[in-house]
Design a protein around this ligand. Structure first.
Ligand code: ATP
Ligand code: MG
Length: 260
């Protein structure tokens, strides 16, 4: 009998980043939304969380979204992250009309291309930090061993190497937030959507998290960060302000001079 083992079959999903079959190859907008409206109906009353919003965000941009509580920031981010659908209007992500994708295609696109940091963390209550960070890789078809290796690497990057075996209830708020950030970055997404990523952490840790995002940004990651923090917003190249579900300003800024 032959001692040789068959070469492992590597499904397409396991291959490292490259143009996805769902995604166009050309340089283009990462995100394009047109006349987007999201309406909630509560007890017969219509609440317009987003009203006729149109935006284009190019690949590699670094954008902050600001606005008062209730202005529609999370609603917008959830739609951009393919976690919610608009009531009206279109959303194109890399030349694909999100409204025309099947649920499976949306999930595949999300797993491959989008990292999402939720305002409320959305961690699994009973899973360890390592498991939380492993899951996106598992869904993307990586082996258990490779998933574990990359999850531990991502946790180390957010300063949680020593907390890999902890469940959320055994972590502080800031540590939970960092687990959520490790989970969002572990797939090496092309688009990171972060809802108040520094909201629950101290200034120094916040600085480290932003530095980590910005390092990935320099490597090509498109960053969209919702924040209440003016200093965080000021780091972005573009600041979009929402009020009552509408864009009231969209300001581009020059890149800061390089440090000496
Ligand atoms: N699931 C929902 N059902 C009904 N109304 C909702 C729902 N989610 C959000 N809203 C409403 O939509 C509006 C926008 O909410 P959203 O969460 O987008 O605000 P936000 O800008 O993220 O606020 P915050 O800064 O407090 O997080 C709010 O008036 C909110 O009450
Ligand atoms: Mg919000």
């Amino acid at each position: 009998m032959s001692q040789e083992t068959a070469a492992p079959v590597i499904p397409e999903m396991r291959q490292p980043a490259g143009p996805s079959p769902l995604i166009g190859n050309g340089r283009s907008a990462a995100i394009e939304i047109r006349n987007l409206t999201r309406t909630y109906h509560i007890g017969g009353a219509a609440l317009h969380a987003l009203k006729n919003v149109s935006l284009t965000i190019d690949r590699g941009e670094y954008v902050a979204v600001v606005g008062a509580s209730g202005s529609g920031k999370s609603t917008l981010l959830n739609i951009l992250g393919l976690l919610d659908r608009p009531t009206e209007g279109t959303y194109r992500i890399r030349e694909q009309d999100a409204g025309e994708l099947t649920d499976r295609q949306r999930t595949a696109l999300r797993n491959r291309e989008i990292g999402f940091v939720f305002q409320e963390f959305n961690l699994l209550a009973r899973a360890t930090a390592r498991r939380q960070a492993e899951l996106p890789l598992f869904y993307a078809g990586l082996s258990r061993k490779e998933s574990r290796r990359r999850a531990l690497e991502a946790l180390a990057q957010v300063g949680l190497a020593g907390r890999a075996g902890h469940r959320p209830e055994e972590l502080s708020g800031g540590q939970r937030q960092r687990v959520a950030i490790a989970r969002a970055l572990v797939n090496s997404p092309s688009l990171l959507l972060a809802d108040e990523p520094t909201g629950a952490i101290d200034t120094r840790t916040g600085e480290e998290v932003m530095a980590l995002f910005e390092q990935r940004h320099l490597e090509g990651l498109t960053l969209v960060i919702v924040t209440h923090d003016r200093e965080i917003a000021a780091r972005a190249r573009r600041i979009i302000t929402l009020r009552d579900g509408a864009v009231i300003s969209d300001e581009r800024r020059p890149a800061p001079a390089a440090a000496p």
